[in-house]
Design a protein. Structure first.
Length: 197
């Protein structure tokens, strides 16, 4: 375990579930975290730093992964990625989700992040414009019922398929029974036909 002063927590860790749960008021107040779950900055140039960031992500509950983490993971050979994810010893779902995202075809990491329900990865890809926002992106969010992600994508200019039909964004939401997404899309002017309902 290591001790960290509340006021000295790196900025990238402040946007996390763990930091949000702290009740410290004095910036000099200390708390402890496992040493393997702390990195002073977001820099990732080695496999060891990547592995540390996996632990940081799991422990802190980051709301946005560092862009360096995303880029490093996408550029790792699959065998090395699998080895690092296995060595991390984190929750299996997190390891599987990261594997799915980082091994996706070029240009498909965003849809994989949406499908696996990883808003922390989606936020990074969207904010840093690492992939294009397409109608398929919005359709994926609607199909998986990811209303918060759908709203984020639309706020960032993601196009929708508004006309009624089997490939429309509304149809994707309806096919999964995601009424909250369907209602939101209707408010945005998405059409539907008699076959949708």
């Amino acid at each position: 375990m290591i001790s960290i002063k509340y006021g000295e927590v790196p900025s990238y860790l402040r946007n996390s579930d763990f930091f949000g749960s702290l009740t410290c008021e004095d910036p000099n107040e200390e708390f402890q975290v496992p040493a393997k779950c702390f990195a002073t900055d977001e820099a990732i140039e080695t496999a060891e730093q990547f592995l540390t960031m996996i632990h940081v992500l799991a422990f802190w509950g980051l709301k946005q992964v560092p862009v360096e983490f995303f880029r490093f993971g996408c550029n790792l050979p699959k065998s090395e990625l699998l080895s690092l994810l296995g060595a991390a010893g984190v929750e299996i779902k997190l390891a599987q989700d990261l594997q799915d995202i980082f091994t996706a075809r070029s240009g498909q990491c965003l849809t994989r992040a949406i499908a696996t329900g990883r808003p922390e990865v989606v936020a990074t890809i969207v904010e840093h414009q690492l992939e294009n926002l397409t109608e398929e992106t919005a359709n994926t969010a609607a199909a998986f019922g990811q209303l918060d992600l759908l709203k984020l994508l639309i706020q960032r200019g993601c196009p929708l398929t508004k006309t009624a039909g089997p490939k429309s964004t509304a149809e994707q939401a309806a096919s999964g029974g995601h009424l909250d997404c369907l209602k939101y899309l209707r408010e945005l002017g998405c059409e539907w036909d008699k076959y949708l309902l």
